[in-house]
Design a binder for this molecule. Sequence first.
Ligand SMILES: O=C(O)CCC(=O)C(=O)O
Ligand SMILES: [Fe+2]
Length: 312
Amino acid sequence: MAIPTVDLSPFFTNGGDEKKKIAIDTIKLACSDHGFFQVVNHNVPLDLMSRAVQLSKTFFAFPAEEKLQYSPGAAAPLPAGYNKQPDRSPDKNEYLLMFQPQSGFNVLPSHPPHFREALEEMFIHLRQTGELLEEIVNDCLGLPSGFLKGYNQDRSWDFMAALRYFPATETENTGITEHEDGNCITLVVQDDVGGLEVKKDGKWIPVVPSAGTIIVNLGDVIQVLSNKKFKSATHRVVRSKERSRHSFAFFYTVEGDKWVEPLLEFTRGVGEAAEYRGFMYKDYQALRMRNKTHPPSRPEDAITIAHYAIST
Ligand SMILES: O=C(O)CCC(=O)C(=O)O
Ligand SMILES: [Fe+2]
């Protein structure tokens, strides 16, 4: 029942076709089953990953007034900068969100020293990992080589969040409620506290922390494009009583004006009905953001990809 671990080293060397095939087969199975796996030998420097987590801990331990200096500007499609979940939200975390390093939307901390550089380096490395995984997912889906890359070349909507989950109380321990991500592919780096769980066959499986490992889950865009051949993973974070948990989540996605709908390869091309109607990515993202800024009183009323499902 453990989460499959995939060694990406064969993708960084010549040859190794047999090892590549093993990796691709494992990813294909995980994606068609529940959309969740983890990777090692991913080429993201391990010292960068641990340094970034340490600096993030230092940042989130600052007093609220200091963190609030980095509150987001209004113009960005997502609140780039420091955010705390509203008190009425069931999600008990705070986070620092950023777009790519050159983005004019970014509001990045100047303290602690070197945090900003570490965030920017993490962003660049995780984006590269996202690009490689996109190519692998493309091949796993049997799409023409480079299809997904060509489908979305504008990487300006990718974003990354440094997250801090508060320790659980006696009565509640939700860090993030059960959800699927709205983007294409998410990469998560977590500290040693634990709490991330993925749903598989109706059961919650804990993703046991392992230093240097990157967790990967598919999001709704891949589920829609593949007409549900590949799954958007259902996951949540449960808070520990003892300590705050820190993580980074990188959201590899598509640009706002991208039209997202099931591809012909998975619908008419194979005689199957489309499971979703098409939508503009920015419209879906805006609806999802509203779930966070104005949480519905019943969590089940939050907008999910089911909003675009075609009922049969
Ligand atoms: O912090 C994590 O481990 C996961 C975060 C997450 O699921 C999200 O931000 O969508
Ligand atoms: Fe998530």
